[in-house]
Design a binder for this molecule. Structure first.
Ligand code: PMP
Length: 407
């Protein structure tokens, strides 16, 4: 059926031919399509529905805020009351004490905000040659220009010419390659190093033991800003903690977030900025940067209600339970001949790696026939990133569905 909608990341010829998968409602760990078929949601939308679908409490909080005032501005000295309250609340759970919160409209905004601020910071402190921004192979940092340039998925960069000067890429799992780059170009040329604690959209790859602490220390020793992209891992997805930065004591100079901040009920992102980086901008310099909808009051109300639920229902502990549960139920799938590897054991994320990446898209359709809504990431990795309210029985149901779909 022809549709006016141009989907993101899609072969539109195929979507036009086969039709779209139209989602009409959700409840907890389930979603329903427009024919009222029910599916277990293996991915929490695009990794974001941390508190589960159908939370009327968040909808009510947003409605109440919109009725009061939908939004105004946080440029200059303006700020909606709820936005201000949210910033104070986030600062209290920030991995670095005294962090400042800069609101955005989503993850890509957060990444580009952090990339711009990294360079601007060095200009302010008299080191304008520190411009290179380093990312990693397999990394995904959103779709704005800086994020596309510093991510490690070459196919996403093709066909645009040079997106951003002074972007560099190192290995995703090997701190030595960061050191080699520093030796080659000089720390006095490098502004920042960006890392996702768990490679997400690039295929769900867990960090090797000790890797994150190692790159943290390398950045410290060489005076390179350490930017931790927690768009996926933040707000509990890492398991047991608010952030991977707290779980692994990463002390990030900047931390980018979105998704779980509102559980995706409305779009919002935030960059957590350590006092050191904020300092020049609180003492004379001002930053000509901001988004109309950054800190949107309705989104802030959604975030407040979402944080209430995460706290009240101990959902960070539930995410830790899922870390173990996913590992237990999914690892046996690694025995299947069509599966080359199952990556699990850190946070409420996992991947079932298909041996033949070309099977990924047809496999997503087969999964649906078995009552599971899934999606492929990286090269044929079936992304597993459920809501924290998914029960152990539902995890078992999901694993059985995947096994049945594997045939
Ligand atoms: N950074 C990471 C690590 C992400 O996974 C994503 C989105 N999947 C983004 C940034 C971009 O976020 P958004 O799609 O909200 O712009």
């Amino acid at each position: 059926m022809a549709s006016a909608l141009w989907h993101g990341f899609a072969d539109m010829g195929a979507v036009e031919k086969n039709g779209a998968f139209v989602v009409s409602r959700g409840e907890g760990a389930y979603i329903w399509d427009s024919q009222d078929n029910r599916y277990l949601d293996a991915t929490a939308g695009l990794w974001f529905t941390n508190v589960g679908h159908g939370r009327t409490e968040i909808a009510d909080a947003v409605a109440a805020q919109l009725s009061k005032i939908a939004h105004f501005s946080n440029f200059g000295d303006f700020v909606p009351e709820t936005t201000q309250a949210l910033a104070e609340r986030l600062a209290k759970i920030a991995p670095v004490a005294g962090s400042k919160i800069f609101f955005t409209s989503g993850g890509s905004d957060s990444v580009d905000t952090a990339a711009k601020l990294a360079r601007r910071y060095w200009h302010e402190v008299g080191q304008p040659d520190k411009n290179i921004i380093v990312g990693r192979q397999k990394a995904y940092h959103g779709m704005h220009v800086a994020g596309t340039a510093l991510a490690g998925i070459p196919v996403n960069r093709e066909g645009y010419g040079e997106l951003m000067a002074d972007a560099a890429t190192v290995g995703w799992d090997d701190a030595k390659s960061l050191l080699e780059l520093i030796e080659k170009v000089g720390a006095n040329k490098i502004a920042a190093f960006f890392a996702e604690p768990i490679i997400g959209a690039g295929g769900v790859y867990l960090p090797p033991e000790g890797y994150l602490a190692e790159v943290r220390d390398i950045c410290r020793e060489h005076d390179i800003l350490f930017v931790v992209d927690e768009v996926v891992t933040g707000f509990g997805r890492i398991g047991g903690e608010w952030f991977a930065s707290t779980r692994f004591d990463l002390q990030p100079d900047m931390m980018t977030t979105a998704k779980g901040l509102t559980s995706g009920y409305v779009p919002m992102g935030a960059v957590f900025i350590a006092p050191r980086v904020a300092e020049p901008f609180y003492n004379g310099a001002w930053w000509r940067h901001g988004y109309t909808y950054g800190g949107h009051a309705g989104a802030a109300a959604a975030a407040m209600a979402n944080l209430d639920i995460l706290e009240r229902e101990n959902l960070l502990a539930e995410s830790k339970r899922l870390e173990a549960s996913l590992h237990t139920h999914l690892q046996p799938l690694a025995e299947h001949p069509r599966v080359s590897e199952v990556r699990s054991g850190l946070g409420a994320v996992a991947a079932v790696q298909l041996a033949d990446p070309a099977e990924a898209l047809p496999f997503v359709k087969t999964l649906r026939e078995h009552g599971i809504s899934g999606r492929a990431a990286g090269q044929g990795a079936m992304q597993i990133s459920p809501t924290f309210v998914m029960t152990d029985d539902q995890v078992a149901e999901m694993a059985a569905g995947i096994l049945a779909a594997l045939g």
